[in-house]
Design a protein. Structure first.
Length: 100
């Protein structure tokens, strides 16, 4: 996954998030995904590519919410969810299961 592919998919302009910051986010999320899933570089894994793009988008969107709390007029303060069901669905077939 390249920086330009991630920027195009996330839709964040360079004036909002510079290349160095976006590259750090992309590197960190790639590392986290590689630790959690079986990544095979010999075969294309479009599900993992989509999950990685969603991971990057979530991280970029959460940059403005440092404590992970958003306020809602009806329910009051709400915590951002720890996981995204779409990421879970896309990475599910390639997740590494650890026992013990």
């Amino acid at each position: 996954m390249t920086l330009s592919q991630a920027r195009a998919w996330v839709g964040v302009p360079a004036t909002s998030v510079d290349d160095a910051t976006l590259q750090q986010v992309l590197d960190a999320e790639t590392y986290v995904q590689a630790r959690a899933c079986r990544v095979d570089s010999m075969y294309p894994q479009p599900n993992l590519d989509q999950a990685l793009l969603r991971r990057v988008a979530r991280t970029v969107a959460a940059r403005g919410i440092p404590l992970g709390m958003v306020s809602d007029a009806e329910y009051g303060p709400t915590r951002l969810p720890n996981f995204d069901t779409e990421i879970e669905r896309l990475e599910g077939p390639d997740r590494v299961v650890v026992f013990g």
